[in-house]
Design a protein around this ligand. Structure first.
Ligand SMILES: Cc1cc2nc3c(=O)[nH]c(=O)nc-3n(C[C@H](O)[C@H](O)[C@H](O)COP(=O)(O)O)c2cc1C
Length: 328
């Protein structure tokens, strides 16, 4: 199974990606959170920093671009090309209000004619036609309703995308409700593009349920599931028999959800603290970053609710470290 690490703005920073790659395996590609090029300024310094090749050495990383102007998209592709990247991902999923109101991310999905024109211009640009760069798309199933999905699939099917990554929620869902397997099944039925599924695969049992329903899919993108349990991709890969490449019945039967190696987790966690302390000024921003992670990681420690509250409250790094000693 090919597993991709989903882009998560503010969370999967280059620091997080590097350290995850150092401590854990199982991931084929790491997707960087979106850069949003403007007509004049192009990429901001902050955005460019996250994707600089020297910050991502040795990591199979795909940059992601979000815009609704093909000229800006192509310009950003050219910058990425100079950085050495060959594959770019296009964001049609971001549900944030400020993004959607500008007809970008999942807000662009409601404007099918403009979206179609955008894709036509991008896929007819010489750098794409000549295969200097390859484009994959990450999409939701619609802006307002799942009924938008068949038309969106019709549009996508016209273009030679490298992959179509589907997070089958609509924008209105944000991260609530459940991803629509019906929409994904429709895509499986008609797609000419290689498909990647993304959404709510948090643990091994959910993974197994998905592969049972969609045995023809060989690529899955995981986001919050890996933030929650950084070992998840490795655990999924261990379900496969290395010889046959098939899911091993014994491994399936023995799989314990939420199992993880505490020593590796501690080493990963301590490296994160150290790297963020070096990168950021003051204790508060470092703690803020760690608390964002604990929002997802804490459910791996269900018996420690009280400690979680203390972790979320503290403004002091020494106090935080004490809680970690207690927890880990
Ligand atoms: C805090 C946060 C930030 C995100 N940032 C991005 C982003 O920059 N680009 C993107 O395509 N998706 C982004 N996503 C969506 C994830 O990539 C992914 O599609 C979503 O979390 C569903 O997958 P999951 O259920 O495996 O987490 C973000 C999600 C969250 C929760």
């Amino acid at each position: 199974m090919k597993l991709y690490f989903a882009p998560m703005e503010g969370i999967t920073t280059y620091i997080y990606r590097n350290l995850h790659h150092k401590h854990y395996g199982g991931i084929e590609k790491y997707y960087a959170p979106f850069v949003s090029p403007g007509p004049d300024q192009g990429l901001s310094m902050k955005e460019a920093k996250d994707v600089l090749p020297e910050k991502n050495q040795g990591i199979p990383m795909i940059p992601q671009i979000m815009t609704n102007r093909s000229v800006d998209f192509i310009k950003a592709c050219q910058v990425m090309q100079k950085f050495g990247y060959k594959e770019m991902n296009y964001n049609l999923g971001c549900p944030s209000g400020t993004v959607v109101s500008k007809k970008k991310g999942s807000g662009f999905l409601a404007h099918t004619e403009e979206l179609n024109r955008f894709l036509e211009e991008v896929f007819n640009d010489p750098i794409v036609v000549n295969k200097e760069v390859e484009i994959s798309v990450k999409t939701r199933a619609g802006t307002h309703s799942h009924e938008e999905w068949p038309r969106l699939m019709e549009i996508y099917n016209q273009y030679p995308m490298k992959e179509l990554i589907i997070h089958p929620r609509i924008r209105q869902d944000f991260y609530k409700n459940t991803p629509s397997w019906e929409c994904f099944a429709h895509a499986v039925e008609i797609s000419k593009i290689p498909l990647v599924f993304n959404g709510d695969i948090f643990r091994v049992p959910e993974f197994l349920a998905f592969v049972e329903a969609f045995p023809q899919i060989d690529t899955i993108m995981l986001g919050r599931g890996i933030i929650r349990n950084p070992e998840l991709a490795e655990q999924i890969q261990k379900l496969y028999d290395p010889q046959s490449g098939e899911l091993s019945e014994t491994a399936k039967a023995n799989a314990v959800p939420d199992q993880f190696d505490r020593a590796t987790f501690r080493a990963f966690h301590d490296d994160l603290i150290e790297a963020y302390t070096e990168y950021m000024y003051g204790e508060k921003p470092v703690l803020y970053k760690m608390k964002e992670l604990w929002f997802y990681m804490m459910s791996m420690f269900p018996e420690n609710e009280k400690l979680y509250k203390k972790i979320m409250k503290t403004n002091r790094l020494d106090e935080y470290r004490g809680y970690m000693d207690e927890l880990l």
